[in-house]
Design a protein around this ligand. Structure first.
Ligand code: PLP
Length: 422
């Protein structure tokens, strides 16, 4: 019963330091967010003690009567939130959800067609060192070299050329909507299954501010910790009940053993919150914030010593800054923003002339700041700070002071410790 600070002061110090970092910096990594205290409570709870292999009502362990309630709530809420007939809330992460999906709808050796990693795709969509690239014959479509958009004619040509068993729509770095109806048509034309990975934009879908892939896809996978803002984990939904059994058995026992019941309980709460008007408001602020940032950067593009914006704007929660014509490379831009107090990640742009460890891009996201309470006025100030920081001879000290003013005005987890305790 001794507290962490006594049992392991070194780790207790890490938790305190990390809370301090999250409070003092503006978090703009597009895949990150802040979970509410209610989610921290479940995620740090006694449910971590419980083994519950199997599914609610059909477990391989005794004593599951209470965790069954939590998992059933998470399933029912995921189904209702996304208009699905089926949900599996056990994946430990987005990557394990994707491994389960692929093993359910494809056989090793099958051809899978996804968005190229260097153009915004994800490792699990066929990267050669990932299981998806090792087990399957992975081929890819890229974005157009002029518009940087996915061209559905190219996707169709690739599908006809390679005859994939699975077509993957989804991304980690792409600032526009994908045309799910067109993906469906192409999948039907070549007899492929359509899998949408909505890991990034699931929160926008839940709020109704982004088209839903669920009516079009055979199966949809996601994370819970990005725009949804729930615990670090994954889930799968589908409208196809014929796939349900296969998907379940490919999560457990296919990919995983015992589910993380503390995380599943926290997922249930995140899905409950995602059905509220406050959540919708947050997702609207998220998109507007990204658009304010894109507009601000475009107003001072590379011709005036600033940076460009890929695709000329955004429809989602992130902006891709294009540094190909900027004196700063991705590493330098990431570093200067860090000095100013803004956390982002450098990111290769499609057809990037610089090496992958340096890159010519930044991925800048607004979900965490929207969760922190930022609206148009604060995002305008953030956009001004970023635009100024990315210009030559930026006054880092005064920009750091402006960041500090924002972090002070919007305190994170006020009055709480790093585990959500008072
Ligand atoms: N799918 C997409 C599109 C992602 O962007 C990510 C995360 O970056 C994942 C899957 C994997 O999620 P996780 O990091 O939880 O395994």
């Amino acid at each position: 019963t001794a507290p962490l600070s006594e049992v392991d002061p070194e780790i207790a110090a890490v938790l305190e330091q990390e809370l301090g970092r999250q409070r003092d910096y503006l978090e703009m990594i597009a895949s990150e967010n802040f979970v509410p205290r209610a989610v921290l409570e479940s995620a740090g709870s006694v449910l971590t003690n419980k083994y519950a292999e199997g599914y609610p009502g059909r477990r391989y362990y005794g004593g599951c009567e209470f965790v069954d309630i939590a998992e059933q709530l998470a399933i029912d809420r995921a189904k209702s939130l996304f208009g699905a007939e089926y949900a599996n809330v056990q994946p430990h992460s987005g990557a394990t959800a994707n491994a389960a999906v692929l093993s359910a709808i494809a056989t090793p050796g099958d051809t899978i067609l996804g968005l190229e990693l260097a153009h915004g795709g994800h490792l699990t969509h066929g990267m050669k060192l990932n299981f998806s690239g090792k087990l399957y014959n992975a081929v890819s479509y890229g974005v157009d070299p002029e518009s940087f958009l996915v061209d559905m004619n190219v996707v169709r040509d690739k599908a006809i050329e390679h005859k994939p068993q699975v077509i993957i729509a989804g991304w980690s770095a792409y600032p526009r909507h994908l045309d799910f109806a067109a993906f469906r048509e192409i999948a039907d034309e070549v007899g492929a299954k359509l899998w949408v990975d909505m890991a990034h934009f699931a929160g926008l879908v839940a709020a109704g501010v982004h088209p839903s892939p669920v009516p079009f896809a055979d199966v949809v996978s996601s994370t819970v910790h990005k725009t949804i803002g729930g615990p670090r984990s994954g889930f799968i939904v589908s409208r196809d009940m014929e796939l349900a059994k296969k998907l379940n058995s490919n999560v457990f026992p296919g990919q995983q053993g015992g589910p993380l019941m503390h995380v599943i309980a926290a997922k249930a709460t995140a899905f409950k919150l995602a059905a509220t008007p406050e959540f919708r408001d947050r997702q609207e602020r998220t998109i507007r914030g990204a658009q304010i940032l894109a507009d601000r950067l475009i107003a001072e593009d590379s011709k005036s010593g600033g940076v460009d914006v890929l695709t000329g704007g955004t429809d989602v929660h992130l902006v891709l800054a294009d540094l190909r014509n900027s004196p700063l490379d991705g590493q330098q831009a990431e570093d200067v923003l860090h000095e100013v107090g803004i956390t982002v990640n450098r990111n290769a742009v499609p057809f990037d002339p610089r090496p992958p460890m340096v890159t010519s891009g930044l991925r800048i996201g607004t979900p965490a700041l929207a969760t922190r309470g930022f609206g148009d006025a604060e995002f305008t100030e953030v956009a001004d700070i970023i635009a100024a920081a990315l210009k030559p001879e930026a006054d880092v000290q005064s920009l750091r002071a402006r960041v500090r003013k924002l972090t002070d005005e919007f305190p994170l987890y006020p009055g709480l410790g790093p585990s959500g305790q008072e």
